[in-house]
Design a protein around this ligand. Sequence first.
Ligand code: SF4
Length: 209
Amino acid sequence: MKVTRRQFLKVTGATAASFAVLDLGFDMQATAAGVKELRIKNVTPTPTVCPYCASGCGLVVYSEKDSAGKFVKLLSVHGDPDNPINQGGACAKGAAMFNLREIYNEETGEQEINPKRVQKPMYRAPGSDKWEEKDWEWMVETIAQRVKETRDKSFIHKEKNADGNEVIVNRTERIAHVGGSGLDNEEAYILSKLMRSLGLVYLETQARI
Ligand code: SF4
C-alpha cells in the first residue's frame, strides 16, 4: 500500500493515532475498545501514604476487585500525582512497594505473595540465633511484662542535683522508644505521653531525615 505525504503527516501529527491508522486502511476501533476496557476493568485506585520514611509520599494502590467489591489481586503501586508532597514521584523504596507484598515468579510467570514477607510475629530469644513464630497475644503480653520488669528494676525516684540537693526525677534510663514514619501526629503524641508516664527519657524516631 502506497502512503502519501499527507497520510504520513496525519499519522505522525497531533491527530489522534487511531484515526490516523484508520486513514491507512486499518480498523483499530475494536482493538482500542479492548485495550480501554482491560485497563480500567474492575480496577480500584486507593490513595495511601508510603510507610518507609518521614517524607510521607502519597502512593496510589491499584487493585482488582470482583463485582461484589471483594479484593482479588494487587495490580500496581505508583506515586500519587495529586499528592502535593511528591507529585507522582517515589524513591526506589517507594517505587518497589508492590514487591513488599507480591512478586512475579520467574519460573511460572505467575504473580504470587512474596515468600520473604514476614506475616506473623517472629521472636528471637536473647542469645539465640533462631527466630520462632509466636502469636500476637504471647508477643504483646511478653513485651508488657518485660517493660514493667525492666522499669521497676531501673526506676530512679530521686537523685542529687548540682547543688547537692535531693530532687525527684522519676525516670528510667534502661528503656528507649523508637517511633516510625507510619505514625501520624496524634499517634506520636499519645506514644510520647505513654513513654514519659513510664519515666522514659530516650525517645527517638526512625524517620529522622
Ligand atoms: S521511602 Fe521514598 S517514597 Fe517512601 S516516603 Fe520516603 S522518599 Fe517517599
